[in-house]
Design a protein around this ligand. Structure first.
Ligand SMILES: [Fe+2]
Length: 385
């Protein structure tokens, strides 16, 4: 996250004695990425963050692949993913490769009995339904419908829901998730042509340090396994921190669409980037205003990237038979385009209310067993007239 942020109390100078009220010392931790080269924060703990008491049996969460080499366009009925109580149990990986796992979850209960950390992947949670609070050891981020939550790898968190009706699109990215480089200046500030700016971010707030000893279960995802470690001190014992490595939120409703006289290509919708995939936001916007404009997209051959669209709300103008929570997969290797009738029907329309999240991956995606269970199986034929 290329903005400096700080919460709580920190010593005037880094790596110096920082005394508790009783004269003993707080424990400093450098929480960094990409060796010592990436973004980092300096944290001050009440207790040493290294006190492991015991470890349980790991659980293998490796996605089960049904179609390793896919050529079919697919439509997944996302809301058919069944709600489950636990946040991690509820996650169903659907489309995966060695760079990214894309899945859906409908968790009912808040995470209270344990803490969670993904040590392999940055996580992006897109909140389709539900409100609550992302609680981390660097502070809290309240969330609501339309929020992206970007959680850098290693972040210890819990998620608290206000009700049982929650729907989340999640991404585990094995590469850091950044804002698009072309929207940042040499110093990292978002430029004037960026579709959003720093004011739109939801930064962590309300840092609360828990000075507690006991048994604290931390579930750590690493190399596809979920390890269960018991720590002797409360993981949220940070009294203060500062730096650049922390979770943040951004609402899709704050994405300001870029429009033109003729059809604008998908990169104008880009919201986040990694070295292996991009995330785009398709938001309500005015249509192209050339007198002869065709607002629906042209057919396109994304010959070397797989396109995943998650439909959130509104009518999706280039598709028929699509509802909220659906996922379409248009794989590399074959062209795709508007459904019959939608190309012509878009002419003369002034705007769209569509809301969707797109994930384009540079490597092909594999289709999991979970995905096949909610695959309509007919979608690839839906362009035949
Ligand atoms: Fe497309």
């Amino acid at each position: 996250m290329p903005i400096y942020h700080k919460l709580g109390k920190i010593p005037r100078k880094r790596h110096t004695q920082f005394e508790k009220p009783d004269g003993s010392l707080y424990y400093e931790q450098l929480f960094g990425t990409i060796g010592f080269d990436g973004m980092s924060s300096l944290l001050y703990h009440i207790h040493r963050p290294t006190q492991i008491k015991s470890i349980g049996e790991p659980l293998d969460l490796t996605p089960k692949i049904a179609v390793a080499k896919n050529i079919l366009s697919r439509k997944l009925i996302g809301f058919d993913v069944q709600p489950k109580d636990d946040f991690l149990d509820a996650r169903e990986p659907l489309l995966v490769n060695s760079d990214v796992h894309v899945g859906l979850a409908a968790p009912k209960k808040s995470m209270t009995g344990y803490f969670y950390k993904n040590s392999d992947a940055d996580e992006m949670l897109f909140i389709h339904r539900g409100t609550g609070t992302l609680k981390t050891f660097l502070g809290d981020i309240p969330f609501e419908y339309g929020d992206y939550l970007i959680i850098p790898r290693g972040m210890i968190y819990q998620i608290e829901f206000d009700t049982e009706d929650n729907r989340i699109l999640y991404v585990e990215s094995f590469h850091p998730i950044y804002t698009p480089k072309r929207y940042r200046n040499w110093f990292g500030q978002l430029l004037e042509h960026s579709p959003y700016c720093e004011r739109d971010y939801k930064l962590p707030q309300n840092l609360k340090a828990h000075d507690e000893k006991g048994e604290f279960v931390m579930k750590i995802k690493k190399q596809g396994m979920l390890h269960s470690l018991v720590y002797a001190t409360h993981p949220f014992d940070v009294v203060g921190w500062d730096g650049y490595n922390y979770p943040y939120g951004f609402s899709i409703h704050n994405f300001e669409p870029i429009t033109g006289r003729v059809h604008q290509p998908p990169p104008v919708h880009q919201t986040f980037e990694t070295s292996a995939f991009v995330v785009c936001s398709f938001c309500p916007r005015l249509y192209d205003y050339h007198p002869k404009a065709i607002p629906a997209p042209y057919n396109h051959s994304n010959i070397d990237s797989d396109e995943v669209l998650y439909y959130v709300d509104g009518d999706f103008m280039s598709r028929t038979g699509i509802g909220p929570g659906y996922i379409s997969l248009h794989p590399a290797g074959i062209p795709h385009g508007p459904h019959p009738g939608t190309y012509e029907a878009s002419i003369g329309k002034k705007g769209t209310e569509e809301l969707a999240v797109m994930i384009d991956t540079f490597k092909p995606l594999q289709v999991t067993e979970n995905a096949l269970k909610i695959d309509d199986g007919e979608y690839y034929k839906s362009w035949v007239e």
